[in-house]
Each structure stands twice: as C-alpha cells, then as structure tokens.
Ligand binder design. Sequence first.
Ligand code: SME
Length: 159
Amino acid sequence: MRGGMDKAEIYSKLEDEARSRASGERNPIANAANFAALMWALLPDINWAGFYFKKGRWLVLGPFMGKPACTRLQVGLGVCGTAVAQSQTLIVPDVHNFAGHVACDITSNSELVVPLFKYSTILGVIDIDSPLLGRFDEADAKGIESLARLFILRSDDVT
Ligand code: SME
C-alpha cells in the first residue's frame, strides 16, 4: 500500500483530510471536487475516482479525477445505476463479468460504487475504478461509505 500505509491508515488519513477540507465549506461541488482529489491522491492502484449526482432517473457526472467519463448513466443500468436501484454498495471484482457494465475507460477492471444516502434517499454515488482485478474489498467499502456520509453531512443542496 502507498507509503507503507495499510488500508485502515489510508482511510483514516482520507477521512481526516476530507473533514478538514470540508470544514467551513458547504457547497457540494467544492466539497466533491476536493474529495475526488483526495481519493485520487491517497488511494493506490486506481484510474478514476469521482461523483455522479442523481437527477430523476439519471446519474449525471460530477467532480472527478481521471480520464473524461460518461456524462450520464441510467438508474438501473451499469454498476452505478445498479447500486442506486438496489440501494447498496457494490464491489465488482471483475467488471467484465458484470452484465451491463458501462465501460467509460477500457483499462478499468474492477470497481467500487457507494451510494450517497441522505436518510433513506439516494442523492448520487461515489465511483472508483481500478486497472487491477479484485482491487476493492470490504475495507474499501467501509472507508468510502464513511467518506460518503461525511460528504452528505458537510454539504448543502447536493441535488
Ligand atoms: N463503470 C460505470 C460507469 C462510470 S465510469 O466507471 C466512470 C458503470 O458501469 O456504471
């Protein structure tokens, strides 16, 4: 892991830095932009990290780091759309085995999608892609779920 840090240390640092960046700022775009930059800086072996925000039956691209991505995903389709439709985090070890996976970048092999919950309403997702197979596990899911809660708590008018 990066700089010899294990996942617990990485997610603790990510959370601390995100909390500090979001203190005194409640604009969702500003906070999402910094959260994406922090994920990009701290998480090893990823090729995309960012946000999609829910607008009706669409997930619309928000701040991210990585190559330009699909601007609009349909709820119920692909990994992001399925996570929203099922109201749950999805860890996909091999995206090529996920029916309906939307390949924004052909070098992505595994993916983690975490819904942004405000109470029981989903306002969007955090999506992370990796060129490695099986890059994400339960520790990553818990770490990003915690980041998602922090984002929602610290941001106004997300959609
Ligand atoms: N792979 C995602 C699409 C978004 S990109 O990975 C950035 C999906 O299947 O929903």
